[in-house]
Design a binder for this molecule. Structure first.
Ligand code: NAP
Length: 282
């Protein structure tokens, strides 16, 4: 496994396992399979409603806690530090853990200032090793950085061959924020797995298109967290450290950028209002 070193010195695996849209009743098995395959970074969220199942799989695995890197995310809260601390305690309880490796503000909506103040405190108390955000564009990111003591260690954003985020990544790098990709495989959209620009690269390296895409992201120093419920694909997605894409091959993927999301626009007022008003029960 390769690691990236975050802006506070914490090492984070560059490749992990995401559990979005895995139903709670299937998540324990999926995470058990992922840990057996060799994943050590797990990515969940309060809003996925599967933290308890992730926690059961962690416990049953017997893997020492210090070998794991567990991320969960804070859903939009009512204002006030106490609400964030309560949500954090609820996530930890569901996960059966006494600390988190990475806690992210899931969406750039609502009173993110009070959320960040609470997260800074939890970090200082040693209950979270690194704190970060998700779905923040550079304008929101710089606002948070300029007005607080601790800058985010990570920004988890949609990043894949059709929405590459090169300028956003440059901005984040300038400010010491590690980019982490959600939907690294674009959830297979735009015929990713059979795309005519990607299949020749897969053939040339005797790899799958999924492996080419994950390798392309990793060579850009992007942390990736592909999701699969299939053990064969979990193993396949981990097996990306024994080959290197040439500069020319990297460029062939770069040419696929459309510069727009395949899923949702976080700046669309309808989304802002809909997500910003939704609440997750603790
Ligand atoms: P993804 O990882 O890009 O794609 C997952 C899809 O690809 C699943 O349908 C999976 O099917 C399939 N797949 C996986 N490996 C494959 C392979 N080797 N060959 C063919 N198909 C393959 O999408 P994602 O789950 O949306 O994103 C990954 C993680 O990012 C999530 O699980 C979550 O942790 C995080 N995320 C965060 C946010 C956010 O707002 N912060 C938003 C979305 C996602 P099978 O399961 O059937 O194999």
């Amino acid at each position: 496994m390769r690691y990236v070193t975050l802006n506070n010195g914490v090492d984070m695996p560059i490749l992990g396992f995401g559990v979005y849209q895995i139903p709670p009743e299937e998540t324990e098995q999926a995470v058990t399979d992922a840990l057996s395959a060799g994943y050590r970074l797990l990515d969940t969220a309060a809003v996925y409603h599967n933290e308890e199942a992730v926690g059961r799989a962690i416990k049953a695995s017997g893997i020492p806690r210090e070998e794991l890197f567990v991320t969960t995310k804070l859903w939009v809260q009512d204002p006030g530090e106490d609400n964030t601390k309560r949500a954090f305690d609820a996530s930890l309880r569901r996960l059966g853990l006494d600390h988190l490796d990475l806690y992210l503000i899931h969406q750039p909506y609502g009173d993110v200032y009070s959320e960040w103040r609470a997260m800074q405190e939890l970090h200082r108390e040693g209950r979270i090793r690194a704190i970060g955000v998700s779905n923040f564009f550079p304008d929101r990111l710089i606002d948070l950085i300029d007005n607080h003591d601790i800058p985010p260690a990570v920004n988890q954003i949609e990043t894949h061959p059709f929405y590459q985020r090169a300028a956003d990544q440059r901005f984040m790098r300038e400010h010491g924020v590690q980019i982490e990709s959600w939907a690294p495989l674009a959830v297979g959209r735009n015929n990713l797995f059979t795309h005519p620009a990607l299949t020749p690269l897969a053939k040339a390296h005797d790899k799958s298109v999924a492996q080419i895409v994950l390798r392309w992201l990793i060579q850009r120093d992007v942390v990736v967290i592909p999701k699969s419920v299939r053990p064969d694909r979990m193993t396949e997605n981990l097996d990306v450290f024994d080959f290197t894409l040439t500069e020319e091959e990297m460029t062939a993927v770069t040419d696929l950028d459309t510069g727009t999301s395949l899923f949702l626009d976080h700046r669309d007022p309808v989304i802002v209002s809909q997500f910003g008003k939704a609440r997750v029960e603790d």
